[in-house]
Design a protein around this ligand. Structure first.
Ligand code: FAD
Ligand code: SF4
Length: 447
């Protein structure tokens, strides 16, 4: 159970939840039943091992808890803020049968911040004796893989397109949900492990992966995420129409340039990123913010907590609605027209299955439209190596060991799972690291 949010912090783009007090930490950790088979630990895709760190907190070993988190999950501080715990570790908490689950993310945040404040020793440096690995993309999957390989004494180089490490948590997750310091701490720990991060180093030319292998890297891990946003054809070409990747990045790194004071904003989409965009627009001073989605309120892909956050911020839900056209004035787009819809076939939430309800037409005045209707990998992914197998819109195909169809080339995170969570990406990076180690050890013994 998370603590309630503070709307004042949202408009300041500061952490919207207070940390647990020491009294609450002691109380929460003492509710732990110390289960023998610890289902909460099974519920964590990155193997952060909440059962262990909660036990350490319960017995006042706060530094030990901080070490457990950091050693198991290089993004342990970030995850304490962004994990959808109600679907993961807390969902499995045994005490749920009797009362509310233990506030695992709150305890994780406490221990991680304790470790930062009391400066636990940096993680051990890689001896760099086991081989050289190239990682494409320094987001959660790349960081998870790099950290695990460094622990196994590999020499790891991360090639990152941007000038900072962290992927989506760095550029897109709003500051009111993820304070900057949490990511800065996690990145610092990765660097302390001796991982080299080459910023402004996109890997995007044809055959780039093949060339890295020829240059002497023993294996390559691709974790480039999803960088191309889907757009509606009817909204193409307007200067006041954008996508959520561009919008949220602008909000995070220069929200003054947005100037949304007293403006009306329409967000198209009904998932978590649409809610992040809507709440961010409101926090930037927008007048009315509409969330327009084909799904009805009870069908929105965003979870309950996110919908509550949108309600707290007075977002106007236009659920079960479809955009039908654009209103123009001399400056370009000045509004949208739409109509309410229901589903031809119940439970099939796709545009082709929507039926318009005549007599429900609407028109709204809009100054900015943000499209939040999905993403796909960058087009460069398909040319990185000759014959690299992709499915659908550029998603890389891998086997259960996260190995692609090219021997020695592995992939994980959003570019493989199509978009999931930070903790899932870290977990896939860790599993791929283990597979890379197995692959290289097998290759050595078979020589
Ligand atoms: C707005 C938003 C909010 C979200 N909120 C949450 C949340 O609250 N909780 C949660 O668990 N998950 C959340 N997610 C999902 C989560 O952020 C992703 O699942 C996760 O970041 C995926 O990690 P990744 O490493 O696979 O990809 P990314 O985070 O996308 O990282 C990929 C990295 O690769 C780099 N890159 C791309 N192409 C190249 C190239 N050709 N060469 C070199 N580098 C390259 C990119 O610059 C980036 O740094 C959110 C996503 C979005 C968009
Ligand atoms: S990393 Fe996330 S899923 Fe794993 S234990 Fe921590 S809060 Fe739960």
């Amino acid at each position: 159970m998370k603590l309630p949010v503070n709307p004042e912090k949202i408009v300041q783009f500061k952490g919207m939840r207070e940390p647990l007090s020491l009294q609450a930490v002691i109380k929460e950790s003492n509710r732990c039943l110390l289960c023998f088979d610890a289902p909460c630990s099974e519920g964590c895709p990155a193997g952060t091992d909440p059962a262990k760190f909660i036990r350490q907190i319960k017995f006042y070993n706060y530094k030990g808890a901080a070490r457990t988190i950091r050693n198991n999950n290089i993004l342990g501080s970030v995850c304490a803020f962004v994990c959808p715990v109600e679907k993961l570790c807390e969902k499995k908490c045994s005490i749920k049968a009797l009362e509310d689950p233990i506030n695992i993310s709150g305890l994780q945040r406490f221990a991680s911040e304790y470790g930062q404040r009391f400066e636990i020793e940096p993680p051990a440096q890689s001896l760099k004796s086991e081989g050289r690995i190239a990682i494409i993309g320094g987001g959660p999957a790349g960081m998870g893989c790099a950290s695990a390989l460094a622990k196994m004494d590999y020499e790891v180089t991360v090639f990152e397109r941007e000038n900072l490490t962290g992927g989506v948590p760095r550029w897109n997750i709003p500051g009111f949900r993820l304070p900057e310091e949490a990511l800065v701490y996690d990145v610092k720990n990765l660097i302390s492990q001796g991982v080299e991060i080459r910023h402004k180093s996109p890997v995007e030319t044809p055959e780039a992966v093949t060339n890295l292998l020829a240059e002497g890297y023993d294996s390559v891990f691709i974790s480039s995420g999803l960088s191309v946003a889907f757009k509606l054809d009817m909204l193409n070409g307007y200067s006041n129409v954008t996508d959520y990747i561009t919008f949220l990045r602008k909000v995070k790194f220069g929200n003054e340039s947005l100037n949304l004071k007293n403006k009306n904003v329409a967000i198209i989409g009904g998932g978590s990123v649409a809610i992040d965009s809507a709440v961010s627009a409101k926090a930037c001073g927008a007048n009315k913010v509409y969330l327009i989605s084909l799904e009805h309120l009870s069908e929105l892909p965003a979870d309950k907590e996110e919908i509550n956050l949108a309600r707290i911020m007075d977002i106007i839900f236009k659920s079960g609605s479809q955009i039908t056209g654009v209103v123009e004035n001399e400056n370009g787009l000045s509004g949208l027209t739409g109509i309410e819809t229901d589903w031809i076939e119940p439970g099939k939430f796709i545009p082709l299955n929507a039926r318009q309800i005549s007599g429900t037409e609407f028109r709204i005045n809009i100054d900015l439209v943000v499209q939040a209707i999905g993403t796909k990998p960058g087009n460069e992914i398909m040319i990185l190596a000759k014959g690299l197998k992709t499915i659908g819109k550029g998603i890389i195909e891998v086997n259960e060991d996260f190995e692609t169809n090219i021997p020695g080339v592995f992939a994980g995170g959003d570019v493989v799972n199509g978009g999931a969570t930070v903790v899932q990406a870290v977990g896939e990076g860790k599993k791929a690291a283990q597979s890379i180690d197995n692959f290289l050890k097998n290759r050595r013994t078979s020589k």
